[in-house]
Design a protein around this ligand. Structure first.
Ligand code: FAD
Length: 472
């Protein structure tokens, strides 16, 4: 008997756990539904909604193989007991996934228990390197992984297998209780992932490198694959190989090169959390945790509700709250504002922001949050000016006015400079003064020799060795 335990690799193609778990043609596919997981650090019901779409799509494909997804409700400890009771000799197949402490600590104990009897088989995830990890050769290995042939589809079960836990169909109404209404988030599933990949490569990628910075253009000009990659409805290798095949005949090679770099960054960032799981709670540079000792729940609440009084920033947050996605530049600006202008500890703001992203990927999110808060020690601090971003990306303020209709009759300059008097919420801080104060604090700690010595160690552990480095 084999058990394939699903977590975030919700696809049939290029799925090692499914492939190896199906070889004896007698396998149960189990998805663990743990309510506490979906309520823990940065996780949220919109992410679950996306995962659910992926499960439905995978379940449909599995039916062709005389298999379907069974749902185990509980945590990994209770699943362990259930397996011991029902299938004590089963081999368990699992695609590794770099995740938050809540999941990782349970998984470690689950793994240790079944590994002792040689029953647990882990397969690596995307381009994350689990064994013999070496930063100097990481990039070379990543390319090797991407060039490997895709895993073949799983084999069919010889017979339908039953278990004393419900199938996805039966469990469906219960799961739906956890799905929020009234949000316009992306649809999950492998069909949708492949559709997006094709339309990006063949139609939408023109001008990608420039358009990705604007919240208005990026909606259509970015690939929009992030939640699919996060929940594995497509593998990074599938994307990489299709891109490589199409690249020679594309008229937009420089755009596609930028896209290819980002696939690499995806894994590069996740590898940091995989190597040092404490980054979920601690700054990459140990001296930076002393920087922001005071947490002000009221101003953080105004920030995450999009009520800062800075129209462009508020519009970005409100847009994110409605669609569960916004482009990179605006994510960086939102985070930079909380960490520099409001001077709030990233540990408090990061999960609130993560909950709004359908594509929440802890490895990328936590690394980026730390970069945009100036606490990695290996990246130059960058404080985004909300007014500049506002003028650069929405000079006529049309987008802002669409998202915040109450500003319809306000003049553009007042909108960009958040100088609206009684027409809008009073700005939460003085942009220039707070940026200046932040710059001084962050640079005073960086000039300390002790800081530099620690930063060198951080670089050796996490820094990218790519020559033209923008990732760090
Ligand atoms: C504060 C902050 C938090 C972020 N949190 C997340 C997150 O939780 N999940 C997430 O997937 N991305 C995150 N990003 C990175 C980036 O904003 C998103 O990957 C991107 O906007 C997703 O849209 P897309 O798929 O259309 O991207 P595209 O531009 O089409 O890129 C293709 C893929 O490359 C990867 N990628 C793109 N940019 C980056 C980057 N800078 N670093 C690492 N990988 C990248 C993603 O997997 C993305 O899907 C964050 C960025 C910041 C500044």
């Amino acid at each position: 008997m084999d058990i394939v335990l699903l977590h975030r690799n919700l696809r049939i193609k290029d799925n090692e756990a499914l492939y190896y778990g199906s070889q004896n043609q007698k396998y149960l596919v189990i998805y663990l539904f743990d309510k506490d997981y979906w309520n823990s650090n940065g996780k949220s019901s919109i992410q679950f909604q996306f995962a659910y779409d992926c499960l439905v799509s995978l379940d449909n494909e599995l039916k062709e193989l005389r298999s379907n997804i069974h749902i185990f409700e509980g945590n990994l400890y209770s699943l362990q007991e259930w397996i011991i009771r029902n299938y004590p000799k089963a081999n368990i197949h699992f695609n590794h996934s770099t995740d938050i402490d809540y999941f990782r600590s349970q998984l470690n104990s689950f793994k240790q228990f079944f590994k002792a009897n040689d029953q647990f088989h882990t397969y690596s995830d995307h381009g994350i390197q689990l064994d013999n990890f070496d930063r100097d050769n990481w990039s070379k290995h990543w390319h090797k992984i991407m060039d490997q042939p895709l895993k073949l589809n799983p084999k069919a079960n010889l017979h339908w297998l039953d278990a004393d836990i419900p199938t996805l169909n039966k469990f469906d109404p219960k799961i739906k209780d956890h799905i929020p209404l009234n949000m316009q988030i992306q649809k999950g599933g492998s069909l949708e992932a492949n559709r997006l990949l094709d339309s990006f490569l063949f139609e939408r990628c023109e001008g990608y490198s420039k358009k990705m910075s604007s919240p208005i253009d990026a909606e259509n000009s970015c690939s929009r694959l992030s939640p699919h990659i996060a929940f594995g409805s497509i593998s990074v290798r599938q994307i990489y190989q299709k891109l490589t095949d199409f690249f020679p005949v594309s008229n937009h090679k420089s755009d596609l090169n930028s896209f290819r770099k980002r696939l690499y960054w995806h894994c590069h960032f996740i590898q940091k959390l995989e190597t040092e799981p404490e980054l979920e709670f601690n700054s990459m540079h140990s001296m930076c945790d002393e920087l922001r000792p005071n947490f002000d729940s009221e101003i953080v609440e105004r920030w995450i509700q999009g009520k800062t009084g800075f129209p462009f920033l508020d519009a970005c947050i409100l847009y994110l709250k409605e669609y569960g996605w916004i482009n990179f530049r605006m994510r960086a600006m939102i985070m930079s504002f909380a960490s520099y202008n409001l001077w709030q500890p990233w540990q408090k703001t990061s999960p609130l922001l993560a909950k709004l992203f359908v594509d929440y990927e802890p490895g990328i999110h936590i690394s980026q949050v730390q970069m945009q808060s100036g606490v990695t020690g290996i990246n130059l601090p960058r404080i985004y000016s909300v007014s500049k971003q506002s003028m650069d990306h929405d000079i006529n303020a049309n987008w802002i006015k669409r998202v915040i209709p109450e500003l319809q009759s306000s003049d553009n300059e007042s909108i960009h400079y958040a100088n609206l008097g009684k027409q809008y919420i009073e700005p939460i801080t003085d942009l220039r003064k707070s940026s200046k104060a932040a710059r001084e604090k962050i640079w005073s700690i960086r000039s300390d020799i002790k800081f530099k010595n620690i930063a060198k160690k951080v670089y050796l552990k996490h820094g990218s060795r790519m020559r033209r480095r923008r990732t760090a």
